[in-house]
Design a protein around this ligand. Structure first.
Ligand code: 5AD
Ligand code: SF4
Length: 480
């Protein structure tokens, strides 16, 4: 009937690799990434580790000596896409028999040796906590051996590694602040593929933000599976670990990063409704350079379903977080994630999701059909019993509703003026530039006497489904 899965940014970004200057005699690495922003951030750590060891990166997989694919397991179709791509890469071995192909990230962790033995698609399998071992593991493959390291760690945060920025706009960047996840949402494979949650040393985070600012970056996104549970020198019971050292929670960390420079914008992702405190909203309200935007996945609008999902909050709790957020930050932009067709979801429960969406009116949403994942609590406890066609109909319903809300949200912005960080030339026309407002909406406007990295005021005159269109009324500050 229709596309069964919404195209989501986090699954369509791929193949970002950069030709870097460096040791030209070194081996050429083609690094392709799938999945969430965390994976893209990890790929920058991988590139950094391998470039330190003499590798250069290439955008052309046919000329590469090593192909690494950083993968995602969140839904089954994400894994299928990677399998197809690996099969395609394997064709290159016919003309280049010494080519080594490796799989990194969540699929590596989930499937482990199966990928080497049963599927024979790769030479190398490396999980998300073992990237420091990559140079040595690649060396092992030189002799025709297969190499694996899928050990998960309780400590690894790659804290002191300066990532090589592969995304290339030179203006916006990610900083990982936590790794892993302890939440055990019943549908989610992440706690199994990325291991226990751990927070990174706040000093190394601030240092990275300062470094990025000096390098010309003007926006950082603090990344973690659940940024609100960031804690330094505090144990899981909330007790101080070392009395002689300061403690840092997420709100405090965000403030430390916001203080790096007023021209450095701060974003963060992803927040968890059960852990999102008013303290975070207060800090957001206090600093102009912390963006007024929150991605707060709801998953379902029904408290019974939320309980089965093991989300740790009710519909009422979620709505209370939204009210508090809007009270503290009246112009906040809010987006969410929704899953339709979770185990034995009834029509009435689905309608609760619809009514929640109508109450909140999200500015943006990522929407998915439930995809059962091996080993998860839901797979062990509940039946994946909603027929595919029912999942699809429900998904279509919420997509249509969300499209209406996106349109209304954009219409409300007509005539408003926003401060926008210029990110570069618009994809569609060389005569147009693009950048986001604080609420994370993409704005497109004619070129002028400003460049990427500058802040401009843009008056919104028109909109499309996904973009605000406008004119620059003032150049606020130029990147030095
Ligand atoms: N099926 C469908 N969607 C899922 N997500 C996570 N696991 C699954 C699954 N098994 C969605 C959630 C999460 C987002 C990153 O992916 O909505 O917030
Ligand atoms: Fe998965 Fe839940 Fe952790 Fe997000 S918070 S990564 S959905 S277990």
């Amino acid at each position: 009937m229709h596309d069964t899965q919404v195209k989501v940014i986090d699954e369509t970004r791929q193949g970002e690799a950069l030709d870097m200057p460096g040791n030209q005699t070194g081996k050429k690495l083609f690094l392709e990434s799938y999945g969430c922003q965390m994976n893209f951030s990890d790929s920058e750590i991988v590139a950094s580790i391998l470039m330190e060891n003499g590798y250069t990166t290439t955008r052309n997989f046919e000329g590469a000596d090593v192909i690494l694919v950083n993968t995602c397991s969140i839904r089954e179709n994400a894994e299928q896409r990677v399998r197809k791509r690996l099969t395609q890469f394997n064709q290159s071995k016919k003309t280049n028999p010494s080519l080594k192909i490796g799989i990194l990230g969540c699929m590596a962790e989930r499937l482990k040796k199966n990928l080497l033995e049963e599927e024979k698609l790769v030479d190398l399998v490396v999980g998300p906590d073992a990237y420091r071992d990559l140079p040595q593991l690649l060396e092992e493959t030189e002799t025709g051996q297969k190499a694996v390291n899928v050990l998960l760690s309780r400590e690894e945060t790659y804290a002191e590694i300066t990532p090589v920025r592969l995304d290339g706009n030179g203006v916006t960047s990610f900083i990982s602040i936590t790794r892993g996840c302890d939440n055990m949402c019943s549908f989610c494979v992440v706690p199994f593929t990325r291991g226990r949650e751990r927070s990174r040393d706040p000093q190394t985070i601030v240092h990275e933000a300062k470094y990025l600012f000096q390098e010309g970056y003007r926006e950082v996104t603090l990344l973690g599976q659940n940024v609100d549970s960031y804690r330094w020198n505090i144990n899981s019971k909330g007790e101080i670990k070392d009395e002689s050292k300061p403690t840092v929670n997420f709100a405090q960390l965000m403030e430390m990063v916001a203080k790096v420079h007023p021209d450095l914008r701060v974003r963060f992702s992803t927040s968890h409704p059960k852990d999102m405190t008013d303290e975070v909203f207060e800090v957001m309200a206090r600093y102009d350079n912390i963006c007024n935007y929150i991605h707060l996945p709801v998953q379902s609008g029904n408290s019974e379903v939320l309980k089965k999902m093991n989300r740790g909050y009710t519909r009422e709790w979620y709505l209370d977080r939204i009210s508090s957020m809007r009270k503290h930050i009246p112009d906040v932009g809010i987006s969410t994630d929704v899953i339709t067709g979770f185990c034995s979801e009834t029509d009435a429960e689905h309608n609760d999701t619809i009514s929640l969406m109508e109450t909140v009116k999200f500015d943006f949403a990522y929407m998915f059909k439930y995809s059962e994942r091996p080993k998860t609590l839901a797979e062990r406890k509940y039946e994946d019993d909603i027929p595919e066609d029912v999942k699809s109909v429900r998904l279509r319903e919420i997509i249509d509703l969300q499209m209406q809300h996106c349109h209304e949200s954009n219409q409300r912005d007509l005539g408003k003026t926003f401060k926008v960080l210029v990110e570069g030339t618009s994809k569609k026309s060389d005569e147009q530039m693009k950048g986001r407002n604080s609420q994370n909406k993409m704005c497109v406007f004619p070129k002028g006497d400003f460049n990427k990295g500058d802040y401009v005021m843009v008056k919104i005159t028109d909109c499309t489904a996904a973009t605000l269109l406008g004119e620059v009324t003032e150049i606020v500050s130029k990147r030095a």
